[in-house]
Design a protein around this ligand. Structure first.
Ligand code: ZN
Length: 348
């Protein structure tokens, strides 16, 4: 199929969302379609085809393995009803700025803040798209301190820890921004900055920096490096204004978003995943439909390995290097599945 369409592949409004997903069975059916667009494929042996058992799981006729739509995804062994998960995902994706854990808890009347917090972190963790493209063309790169006060802290500690963060933004002529990437950095040395650039910027791109020594040597890594300085800018007839307007704009939007949507209650150990969420939203800011983001998040969620609660809280320190994302095995969804591929589906 081609591009997913509103009203056909994803709800175009909240009203439509409500009418599509009334029960957990409705949600399972949608996840099944997203995960196995051409019918059940055994996660164990890869065999295509199988039977639906009376408990809703599938059995592989080849290896005899049993599986469910949610097994091996971020919904694996969840105790939260799928209807609540879908509502959370809708709020997360359809709101321009997303939603905080506190608002989610109140809106959906979720039992504990911890549960709401963990749900949002699981949704956030799928946003790092495996194999996503690196930035191209002209890219501004800079680093800045981001972070803020942590909830519940007072006095001197309320300032919290700020984390040095690398920012890369595509710039288009004469003005306008493309995509951005952000990641916490261990420090501002070449050892930290060079991998940041090589991970996120395609070789051959023109990289504009402020000329900090941590960036020198980029030209040896396949980039056209354009260090800019006030003095050099004046000498070449520039107006010596903001030399890196794109990264500064993105940094200020990210800080405002953390303070606004999340009231700054983001601790350093989780900053990386908030930055992933910010970049996901920023890079889709021109998306016409918010329902489309709902669809994208769920599509990523059913191809993402389970995220355990202990993994969400275990990593107390900001990672200098994020975990390597798993290889996605997702397929584009299709409504044109052959009924023959789905012998287990009954009309009920
Ligand atoms: Zn099998």
């Amino acid at each position: 199929m081609g591009y997913p369409r509103a009203g056909k592949h994803y709800p175009r409004s909240y009203g439509e969302f409500l009418s599509w997903f009334r029960t957990d069975e409705d949600c399972l059916d949608y996840l099944e379609w997203l995960r196995w667009p051409s019918g059940f494929a055994c996660p164990t042996c890869g065999y295509s085809g199988g039977w639906r058992l009376s408990d809703g799981r599938f059995m592989c006729p080849d290896c005899g393995g049993r599986s469910s739509v949610t097994a091996g995804t971020i919904f694996d062994r969840t105790r939260t009803p799928l209807t609540v998960w879908f509502s959370a995902c809708w709020l997360f994706a359809s709101g321009k700025d997303g939603i905080s854990a506190l608002s989610l808890k109140r809106t959906l009347e979720i039992g504990s803040y911890q549960t709401a917090w963990a749900m949002l972190h699981r949704l956030r963790s799928v946003l790092v798209r495996p194999g996503r493209h690196r930035l191209t063309g002209t890219v501004e790169v800079d680093e800045t301190y981001i972070g803020g006060k942590e909830a519940g802290l007072s006095g001197g500690r309320a300032r919290g820890k700020k984390v040095l963060t690398g920012i890369a933004v595509e710039v288009s002529d004469p003005r306008g921004f493309g995509r951005c990437r952000m990641r916490p950095l261990a420090d501002a040395s070449a050892t930290s900055l060079h991998p940041f650039v090589t991970d996120f910027v395609e070789p051959g791109a023109t990289v504009t920096t402020d000329g900090w020594k941590g960036y020198s040597g980029l030209e040896n890594l396949g980039y056209i490096h354009r260090p800019r300085s006030q003095r050099a800018d004046r000498a070449s007839g520039g107006d010596s204004g903001d030399l890196l307007p794109a990264v500064h704009r993105v940094a200020s939007l990210a800080k405002r978003w953390l303070l606004g949507t999340h009231q700054g209650s983001v601790d350093g150990s989780h900053l990386a995943s908030y930055l992933d969420e910010f970049a996901f939203r920023f890079n889709r800011r021109r998306s016409r439909s918010r329902g489309m983001l709902f669809y994208r998040v769920l599509e990523l969620a059913v191809t993402h390995e389970p995220v355990r609660y202990k993994d969400l809280v275990a990593n107390r320190r900001a990672r200098a290097v994020p975990p390597i994302p798993s290889r996605g095995t997702g397929h584009p969804p299709s409504l044109d599945r052959q009924p023959a591929d789905r012998p287990w589906r009954n009309s009920g």
